[in-house]
Write a protein that binds this ligand. Sequence first.
Ligand SMILES: [Zn+2]
Length: 244
Amino acid sequence: MQKNIFENTTFIKVAAVVISAVVVALALSSPFIIATVVANDGRPVVVVDAGHGGEDGGVTGARTGVKESHLNLQMAKLLAEYLKGGGYRVVMTRQNDTMHTFPSVRDNKKRADMFRRGEIINSVKPSAVISVHMNFYSASSRRGAQVFFDRRDDGGRQLAVIMQDALNRDFNMAGGGRKYSALSAEKYILFCSPYPSIIVECGFLSNPFDEANLIDPDYQARLAQTLYAGVNDFLKGNDNSAVE
Ligand SMILES: [Zn+2]
C-alpha cells in the first residue's frame, strides 16, 4: 500500500515534468505562443517608433546639422523610460542607428525598413503606437510640436487630440508660439496596423529656437514627460483636452 502510493506519486511527478517540458518546448518553438505569453503579462504594450535611422537620416538641423534620426532615437529612449516607469511594456522599433531589412523587399531600403516596423507593431498588438519625428519647413519662422493621425483610426484621432493639447499647453503656447490642431496624414506607420497610432513631430529643425531646444537634454526630458502624460491620459481614459 505504502509502496503503491509511492509509485503513483513518482509517476505523477514524472508525468508533470514531462508535460512541463513539452509545454516549454512548444512555447519556445512557436512564435504564436511566445507572443501570447508576452502579451498576457498584464501590462499594456506601447510601441515607440524612432523615425528614420541608418542611411535614412531624415531632415537636418539648419544651424547645427544634427540629424533627425539621432534626435528621434534620443527622444524615443527617453519616452520609453517614462513609459516603463509608469508600468507599461515598451517595444521600440529600433534601438540603434540602423535601418531594418525585410526578406521580400530587397530593391527599396526605405520600404523594407517600414515593412519591418509594421511587422513589429502588428506582432505585439500594442495599446498605442507613438512615432517620434522632427519637422522641417521652408519658412524658418514656423515652430512648435504637431501631432498626426490616420483619419480611419478613431483611437489614433483621440490620442492625437489629447497629445496635441498637452503639447500646446506645455510647449507651443508656453513658449510664446501658436497652438496647433491634430491633423490627419497618409503615412504608412499610421495605417500599417489596426492599433491607435500617432506621429509626433516634436519641433522644426528649420527653426533656430526649436533646434536649440531639441538638442538640449533638459528640454528633451521635459518633452518626453509631456509625451508620456499624453499617452498615459489616453490609455487611462483621462481626456483633458480642451473643448474647442
Ligand atoms: Zn521624420
